[in-house]
Design a protein around this ligand. Structure first.
Ligand code: SF4
Length: 366
C-alpha cells in the first residue's frame, strides 16, 4: 500500500467491483478526470467500454503528443546485484556470468546505439554499491552527455545529495519501479539486500524530484499481485509526486513479467485486454504524463498501444551488459524481450501508423 493512500486493497477492490456502466460512461464524459475516475476506468464494468476508452485516450494522446513517438534505448552497464528479487535473473543467488562494463566499453556500446539515430539513453545497472558507485555513474554521465541529448538512470535508489551530484553530471531522468505496493508481498519477494527496504524505495522519486530530476519514471511489475489495487496505488503515488515535485514530469510504464530462467511464476498474470484497459485508463486520467511501452511486449501490441496511449518506446533494446557492441553472445539478460526488431524496423512501423519517430525533444546541453 502506498502510505499516503487512505484505502486498503480490499476497499479498492470492493469499490471497483461496485462500479456500474453508467459510472464508467460518466467518467468518460468528464473534461478532467480524478482519482475515482481512474478506479471507474480500471473496473470490471469498464472492460465492456474499451472502444469508448480507446477513442477518448487517443484524443488525449493526440492533444498532448500529436503524432509523435519518442524513442530511446536502454544501456545495461552492469548485471551484478546484491539483491535477491525472486523474479529477476540478475539476483545475487542466480548462477550467471556477471559483467561490469568499463568506461571504454560503455563508450563503445553508446556509440553503437547512437549510430542507430537514438539520442535518448537510459543507463541501467543492478544494485551493487561496491562497484556501481555514484562516482562511477557521474563519470559515465559526464562522458555520455557529450553523445546524447537526454540521459536517464535506472539504478539503485540514492540519497537526495547523491541525486544532486548525478543531476549535475548530466542525468535528468530517473526511473524506479516499485514492483509491488503490497508490503507483505514486497517483503516475500525481496527477502534480503538493500531493496528489502520498501519505504526507502517508495520515496525514491521524491528524493530525485527534489534534487532537480526532470522526469520521474514509475511502475509496478504486472503479474506479481492483483493489478487493480496496484494501479490504484500507482495513481495515488503519482498524484502525490505531482504535488510535491510539480516541476518534474511523471513517466508511467506498465511492465509485465516475462519468463526468467529460474521459472518464477507470476501469481496474477495480466492479459493483453487488461493491460490495454489499464493503459487507456492512465492516458485518460493523466493526459499530460508520459507513458512508455516496454520491449517486454510483442510488436503487434506495441504498435497498437503507441497510437492510443504510449508516447515513448524503446527500439532495438539489448538487456545484457555489452549487448550492443562488446559481446559476441548475449548472456544473463534481466528479462525476456518480446520485440526483437531492429531500430530501423521500429521506426518504419511508427511511420506506417502515420506517426513520426522523435529522437530529440529535450537537450540538457543547451
Ligand atoms: S530487479 Fe533489480 S535489484 Fe532486483 S535482482 Fe534484478 S537487477 Fe537486482
Amino acid at each position: 500500500m502506498f502510505s499516503e493512500l487512505k484505502f486498503t486493497e480490499a476497499q479498492i477492490l470492493d469499490y471497483c467491483n461496485s462500479v456500474t456502466p453508467e459510472a464508467v460512461a460518466g467518467s468518460l464524459e468528464k473534461f478532467r478526470c480524478g482519482y475515482f475516475d481512474l478506479l471507474n476506468l480500471i473496473s470490471p464494468a469498464a472492460a465492456g467500454q474499451v472502444a469508448a476508452m480507446r477513442k477518448r485516450a487517443t484524443a488525449a494522446r493526440r492533444r498532448y503528443y500529436g503524432k509523435t513517438v519518442s524513442v530511446y534505448a536502454p544501456l545495461y552497464i552492469s548485471n551484478t546485484c546484491v539483491n535477491s528479487c525472486k523474479y529477476c535473473d540478475f539476483n545475487v543467488h542466480h548462477q550467471a556470468k556477471r559483467r561490469i562494463l568499463t568506461l571504454d566499453e560503455i563508450r563503445l556500446e553508446a556509440g553503437a546505439v547512437r549510430e542507430t539515430g537514438i539520442d535518448s539513453l537510459l543507463i541501467v545497472a543492478g544494485e551493487d554499491p561496491k562497484h556501481m558507485t555514484v562516482d562511477f555513474l557521474c563519470e559515465t554521465g559526464r562522458m555520455l552527455r557529450k553523445l546524447f541529448s537526454c540521459l536517464a538512470l535506472e539504478v539503485a535508489p540514492q540519497d537526495e545529495a547523491d541525486y544532486r551530484r548525478l543531476f549535475a553530471a548530466g542525468y535528468e531522468g530517473l526511473t524506479c519501479f516499485q514492483e509491488t505496493y503490497d508490503q507483505v508481498l514486497y517483503r516475500e519477494l525481496h527477502p534480503a539486500g538493500p531493496k528489502s527496504d520498501y519505504d526507502y524505495r517508495v520515496w525514491t522519486q521524491l528524493r530525485a524530484g527534489k534534487a532537480g530530476f526532470r522526469t520521474l519514471g514509475m511502475a509496478f511489475l504486472l503479474g506479481l499481485a492483483d493489478w487493480r489495487p496496484e494501479a490504484a496505488n500507482l495513481a495515488a503515488h503519482a498524484i502525490y509526486l505531482m504535488r510535491e515535485c510539480f516541476q518534474s514530469k511523471i513517466q508511467f510504464a506498465f511492465p509485465r513479467i516475462t519468463p526468467v530462467s529460474e521459472g518464477f511464476q507470476p501469481a496474477s498474470p495480466v492479459g493483453d485486454a487488461e493491460l490495454e484497459q489499464l493503459m487507456l485508463a492512465f492516458r485518460i486520467v493523466f493526459p499530460e504524463c508520459g507513458i512508455t511501452v516496454s520491449t517486454r511486449e510483442a510488436p503487434d501490441f506495441r504498435d497498437m498501444i503507441v497510437q492510443s496511449c504510449a508516447d515513448n518506446m524503446s527500439a532495438g533494446s539489448r538487456v545484457t551488459p555489452g549487448g550492443y557492441a562488446v559481446l559476441a553472445e548475449h548472456d544473463a539478460a534481466q528479462f525476456t524481450l518480446n520485440d526483437s526488431r531492429s531500430p530501423a524496423a521500429v521506426y518504419a512501423a511508427i511511420r506506417r501508423n502515420g506517426q513520426e519517430a522523435v529522437f530529440k525533444n529535450w537537450d540538457s546541453r543547451i
